[in-house]
Design a protein around this ligand. Sequence first.
Ligand SMILES: C[S@@+](CC[C@H](N)C(=O)[O-])C[C@H]1O[C@@H](n2cnc3c(N)ncnc32)[C@H](O)[C@@H]1O
Length: 218
Amino acid sequence: MPLSATRQARLENGLPKIEITLPEVGVQVAPETYFDGTHSDFWLEIGFGKGEHLAALAAAHPEIGMIGSEPFLNGVSGLVDLVVEGNLPNVRVFKDDARLLMDSLPEASIGRAFILFPDPWPKARHHKRRMVSAGNIAVLSRILKDGAELRIGTDHMEYCRWIMAHMLASADFVWQCDNPADWRNRPDDWPSSRYEIKSREAGRVSSYLRFIRRPRSL
Ligand SMILES: C[S@@+](CC[C@H](N)C(=O)[O-])C[C@H]1O[C@@H](n2cnc3c(N)ncnc32)[C@H](O)[C@@H]1O
């Protein structure tokens, strides 16, 4: 759906102040380059939808530089509105495929990453489009710092099994789980996203998966 004239104007005014543009392919850029030098760490959200989760974290953690990637223009517009309304100077947006952004980030440069309710692509012939894949897990492993947390949420049972199988197959990540409550309940510091709320209202059950990037030296 095209943006209304008002939203288009707000996007054109707000986006250039927070938009990330990438260097040429093959060149890596440290995340601090995109901020003003006052942030202690940098977190990355892949596919932020309309940005509720990202904006809530940015408000709760002004010390963190929050980077979000989302190719859906309506979603980018939603986040730009939240950034303006919430006066959030610590948000940057890449309005394209997160894989391009991740490729441009240096090794061990991101302190936390989020993939919330990624498109499940339920048909087998579309599984190769899934964001959680061996290739993307390897990229996340490269850009995440030692001990960094990767959070993945989903309400799709089969994709959840796929995510677990792929994550547990990686030697670089450890699942943070002592008991079922650890994945059945959304942690207090994990703000809701639009998709999660819609899913809950529709009566679906979500899984909240947390993985830690193993230290490289061990
Ligand atoms: C089901 S929606 C979930 C949105 C949001 N995370 C939420 O929980 O409300 C999945 C999102 O992933 C985005 N997405 C899909 N492929 C992507 C990619 N390659 N890079 C970044 N975002 C992507 C879609 O545009 C969509 O907004």
